[in-house]
Unconditional design. Structure first.
Length: 320
């Protein structure tokens, strides 16, 4: 049991690693401020002074030193059982680190340029840190969990345009813990409320839903991006269709490919507004000719998938 709890605390090492990396260089610290909506340029003297005054530096180093020692012991002998004292040490160190994250500040503010001399600036950075680090950890190491949490509105990206000097527009990352509880109680209701679906008092947030779907698909390794459907790309649609694609509507494009043996395959290029099969290159076919309908050449990035939206692409067999 001690080993399992220790492994849980050791995962905090991966959570905190990006922060340690960004605090270790001048460019990294500027990038940290940039992520949270601040446009600040540092020089070597100011960077060194900030590093000396940051109160979180000591908890980070103490936790990482202890975590690396315990990690090395477990890697050397996975069957070894860590003592209760080791588990208590890593728990205390992790608690100090989380508290330091929540109270991110300098020990003194004298002789620093604006806005670094303002305690509100450092409180603003601290307000962003925990949600930002958790989002990055889940997105990189647990993409399935990240996809579900983001799609259900628990991990949110809020476009923010702060006012004042040194400020810039940015996307605020938030983890909505109340939404997590609502999702556990009633997933469908939580999903509809997250995007104001069937909410007569507010418009349906369809674009945010599509953006969440795109990020979730990419987390699973599926290419996806927002697009504006173009009627010129849908010349092959039957003229008797009653519905039409609007030029100013939002849509989500992704590609789902599968092969039908022995010699041919299809690629489903799917939009939120339409989907239809495109010829896909199989193992026996290595090159596309131009499209019969519009004459467009195949996509240079992926020679196996057409980009024009027309059906009836023709293939040429290769010498192999």
């Amino acid at each position: 049991m001690t080993n399992q709890l220790t492994a849980l605390y050791l995962s905090l090492k991966r959570v905190i690693d990006p922060l340690r990396s960004r605090l270790s260089s001048l460019e990294g610290m500027e990038f940290l401020f940039h992520r949270y909506g601040w446009r600040i340029t540092l020089d070597d003297l100011v960077f060194a002074k900030i590093n000396d005054l940051l109160q979180i530096q000591a908890p980070i180093e103490q936790f990482l030193e202890l975590a690396e020692r315990l990690e090395s012991a477990l890697e050397a002998d996975p069957e070894t059982s860590l003592g209760i004292e080791d588990g208590a040490d890593i728990a205390r160190s992790a608690t100090r680190l989380v508290r330091a994250l929540a109270d991110f500040k300098l020990s003194a503010l004298a002789d620093l340029p604006a806005p670094l001399a303002d305690q509100e600036f450092w409180r603003s950075i601290g307000d962003h840190l925990l949600d930002d680090l958790l989002e990055e950890y889940l997105r990189l190491y647990h993409p399935v969990a990240y996809g579900g949490l983001h799609f259900w509105g628990i991990i949110r990206y809020e476009p923010t345009e702060p006012n004042g000097p040194f400020r810039k527009p940015y996307d605020r990352i938030r983890i909505e813990w109340e939404q997590l509880l609502e999702t556990v109680k009633n997933p469908l209701d939580a999903l509809t409320r997250a995007y104001r679906w069937n909410d007569r008092a507010h418009p349906f947030e369809h674009r945010r839903l599509l953006e969440a779907a795109a990020r979730t698909l990419r987390a699973f390794g599926v290419p996806a991006a927002l697009m504006v459907p173009d009627q010129r790309r849908h010349v092959a649609e039957p003229p008797e269709r009653r519905d039409r694609i609007l030029r100013n509507s939002d849509a989500l494009r992704t590609r789902w490919c599968y092969v039908i043996p022995p010699a041919t395959g299809f690629c489903m290029k799917s939009d939120a507004t339409s989907s239809r099969p495109h010829r896909r290159i199989s193992q026996r076919y290595r090159a596309w000719s131009s499209c019969r309908s519009c004459g467009e050449e195949p996509d240079g990035h992926s020679r196996s998938v057409s980009t024009c939206g027309c059906v009836g692409m023709s293939t040429q067999p290769s010498a192999t």
